[in-house]
Design a protein around this ligand. Structure first.
Ligand SMILES: [Fe+2]
Length: 197
């Protein structure tokens, strides 16, 4: 049986359902890879929790918005809020080259994976927060990636125009594709899931 923190397990269970019912076949397949591996919990780690300037009030605002959304988003917001208190939010690598506005307006946190509260190498689960009117720069990486939007905000990739999935919506990025995301007038919060081969 799982020895995972109850709130982290709840975040995973609800995310698994959202992705499985997304109707996006590539995301459903990627989700099956991610959550299949996560049925075996990794090593729980007590990281030194730390927030960044971008976290407040953006995370609270996004989670308040989710509380008014249909099920299961209020439960996901509650579980994530409990998990978030244990996370170490960090600047993106090389964020200093992107200007003070980006550096102060963005944060990443690993839930599961290197630096996360569950250490493992076969799956990464993380979160991104951004203040209003911030664009996360174009980037790519070999693993495919599924995002769950926890707020308003837009995503782009080289095969897709800018798209707003809305809270609870998902975005799938195939392996290696160039992609980006941006906040509008409201703060941005999203979860991401990558199977690491
Ligand atoms: Fe990415």
């Amino acid at each position: 049986m799982t020895s995972r923190d109850t709130n982290l397990q709840q975040v995973l269970d609800l995310s698994r359902g959202i992705i499985a019912h997304s109707g996006v076949s590539a995301a459903v397949a990627a989700g099956a890879r991610v959550f299949g591996r996560l049925e075996h919990p990794g090593t729980e780690v007590a990281v030194a929790a730390e927030r960044l300037p971008a976290c407040q009030p953006a995370i609270g605002a996004a989670l308040s918005g989710l509380a008014a959304c249909p099920s299961p988003l209020p439960d996901l917001a509650s579980a994530f809020a409990a998990v978030e208190a244990k996370l170490r939010w960090t600047h993106r690598r090389n964020s200093g080259t992107l200007g003070a506005r980006f550096r102060d307006g963005h944060g990443n946190a690993m839930l599961i994976g290197p630096g996360g509260i569950e250490e493992r190498s076969d799956v990464w689960v993380g979160a991104t927060v951004m203040a209003p009117d911030i664009t996360y720069p174009d980037h790519d990486h070999p693993p495919e990636e599924v995002y769950i939007a926890l707020s308003p905000g837009e995503w782009w990739n080289a095969a897709m125009d800018w798209t707003e999935p809305g809270p609870g919506g998902i975005i799938y990025n195939p392996p290696g594709i160039l992609h980006a995301m941006r906040s509008g007038a409201q703060p941005f919060l999203a979860l991401w899931f990558l199977p690491i081969d």
